[in-house]
Design a protein around this ligand. Structure first.
Ligand SMILES: Cc1cc2nc3c(=O)[nH]c(=O)nc-3n(C[C@H](O)[C@H](O)[C@H](O)COP(=O)(O)O)c2cc1C
Length: 192
């Protein structure tokens, strides 16, 4: 089938992606700011590095550079409305924790808490930052991870029959996975 050709920006070819909610302390306001970020990526296993791309226009960007730490929080599909609400508000003028009545879990290695509703969270210390076009890639070293009991199997793989992860499609559209689609080829070298 012939492809249709178009200019960059005309379609979200890089979605779907997991929605990751970044938490960062706002000491001046005695709260924590939570913001959905879809442009994230694991970067290294050893040391364990995780990257988030934030626009310098976000309040979270300013806060991460100030505190040098953040949490990343992953939600199930039932929390799509929460992700949408967090993305519409800015911590610059709204305390999202108070406005959305968010329940928090204190950090174990950081002073930044995680979202209690998340099925998986990681505590990260800011290691590096890189300007990438109109974004900043903030590289965090993962200190500790927290997962809801029963959501990952013995191989550490998300159990799709237990949990529907929240995916973003772009343009305010969300989706999830279908457990029946799981493809598990024969054993071989340990993949990523
Ligand atoms: C699902 C979703 C994904 C988003 N992904 C990103 C992203 O990768 N990088 C970014 O800078 N903003 C992203 N945004 C936009 C920010 O979440 C939004 O600008 C937010 O209001 C910033 O809040 P803050 O000013 O409190 O940091 C996303 C929004 C949504 C709803």
């Amino acid at each position: 089938m012939p492809h249709e050709s178009s200019v960059p920006g005309s379609c979200y070819f890089y979605y779907p992606r997991l929605v990751c909610v970044v938490g960062v302390r706002d000491e001046a306001k005695h709260t924590t700011n939570f913001t959905p970020v879809a442009w994230t990526t694991p970067l290294s296993s050893d040391p364990p590095l995780f990257g988030i791309c934030l626009s310098p226009s976000t309040y979270s960007h300013q806060l991460v550079l100030k505190t040098g730490e953040f949490t990343v929080n992953f939600l199930s599909h039932e929390h799509a409305a929460l992700a949408e609400a967090l993305g519409k508000l800015s911590g610059r003028d709204t305390d999202k924790v108070r406005a959305l009545k968010l329940e928090l879990e204190p950090g174990q290695t950081l002073s930044t808490p995680s979202l209690a509703v998340a099925y998986a969270c990681a505590e990260c210390v800011l290691l590096e930052r890189h300007h990438v076009g109109d974004q900043t890639l903030l590289v965090g070293e993962v200190q500790r991870i927290h997962t809801s009991p029963g959501t990952f199997d013995a191989d550490g793989v998300l159990r799709l029959e237990q949990l529907n992860p929240l995916l973003y499609l772009g343009s305010n559209r969300y989706a999830t996975t279908d457990a029946a689609s799981l493809h598990r080829p024969g054993s071989g070298a340990k993949p990523r």
